[in-house]
Ligand binder design. Structure first.
Ligand SMILES: [Zn+2]
Length: 355
């Protein structure tokens, strides 16, 4: 499996953060900030840094506006806000606002600085005084922010009701550089895979370069026919490398089993002679059964349906097990059902299971 870089993710390292801080400080001193947002952190909504190497960080900053004490009449204003019940304590000295500012969250600055590279950088920027307690307007929906903060603040792990929510949470944790929630959701990816779309879960694992999870989840897709139109929307969420690896895995299982069925100890399928009476044997029923097995692997590369029921109930299988030499005095059964199923099972178990 090839490594890949998340195609639209962004990460910044310590050097980037420091450069950003220096740049912002320099620009602040130079009076280049947009005065419509006289933020105490000195962050401008239309900052020209969007074109620099840390544009993603700059862009993330742009999703918030910070208001001064004078703007808010701070103490009174903060006490009347609509707080999330889990984050309403007056002890919290930072107020986060969810998208559209309909719900607010009081959080400790220490927690944010400790668990989020984004906020650590933000609080490291020059401030007017030493008590960061203004409102930070974020771009996440309230339910996303609530779940993220629960993870960040050590509250019970929130139920994640859908893949869309899981994806939003991962994107937010990545955006705010929160390794704790990221690691929790990384574990969650495997525990909750049942019942969710394994292709999209695999896509998330590949996006974050989680190799073990990618392998496990790629295996979970083997019950699916990737070429079925209903899976196309999920497949479109994959990067090219991730998609290619998955297609190769599925195809290699089908092709691998076909190769196995064409080799000893299986008969070739070409006409041969009866070992007992030397009459001509066409092997037609075996050829048809092989074709059915390979077609089934296209539909469901896991191969479980071949073994569980196919080789016992398919008309092609029944015909094969009943096939006998045509000589009236011979009538030897041509194929050993039990031994054939055993060897087919061995072949399937030897196929690659993960990307
Ligand atoms: Zn015979």
């Amino acid at each position: 499996m090839q490594k890949e870089r998340p195609y639209d993710s962004w990460k910044w390292d310590r050097a980037h953060r420091l450069r950003l801080c220096k740049l912002m400080t320099k620009r602040k001193l130079g009076g280049m900030f947009n005065q419509s947002y006289p933020a105490r952190f000195g962050i401008c909504h239309h900052h020209p840094m969007a074109s620099c190497a840390t544009s993603a960080l700059s862009s993330a900053f742009s999703t918030m506006q910070l208001e001064t004490d004078e703007d808010l009449g701070r103490t009174d204003s903060l006490s009347t806000l609509n707080y999330h019940l889990d984050f309403a304590s007056n002890d919290g000295n930072v107020v986060l606002a969810a998208k559209d500012a309909k719900l607010y969250f009081r959080v400790h600055a220490f927690t944010l600085k400790t668990a989020s590279g984004f906020f650590r950088t933000m609080f490291a920027l020059p401030q007017q005084d030493n008590q960061p307690s203004d409102i930070v307007y974020l771009d996440e929906d309230a339910d996303v922010l609530a779940s993220l903060l629960r993870m960040l603040c050590g509250l019970s792990f929130p139920e994640i009701p859908s893949l869309d929510m899981l994806q939003s949470l991962l994107f937010a944790a990545e955006k705010y550089d929160m390794p704790g929630p990221m690691s929790l959701m990384r574990m969650y990816l495997l525990t909750q895979s049942l019942g969710l779309d394994p292709i999209r879960l695999y896509a998330l694992a590949r996006r974050y370069e989680w190799d073990h999870e990618s392998k496990v989840l790629s295996s979970d897709t083997l019950t699916l026919n990737l070429f079925d139109e209903k899976h196309h929307p999920s497949l479109r969420t994959l990067s090219t490398d991730a998609l290619l690896d998955l297609v190769v895995l599925h195809r290699s299982r089908r092709d691998g089993l076909r190769k196995c069925l064409n080799e000893a100890p299986f008969v070739t399928g070409d006409p041969s002679t009866c070992i007992q009476c030397h009459a001509l044997i066409t092997n037609e029923t075996w050829r048809e059964l092989k074709h059915r097995i390979v077609a089934e692997m296209d539909e469901r590369p896991l191969g479980d349906t071949v073994l569980d029921s196919g080789l016992s109930t398919w008309p092609e299988a029944i015909a094969c097990w009943r096939a006998a030499c045509r000589t009236e005095t011979c009538k030897r059964l041509l194929y050993d059902k039990t031994e054939t199923i055993r060897v087919v099972k061995e072949c399937i178990e030897g196929l690659p299971r993960t990307v």
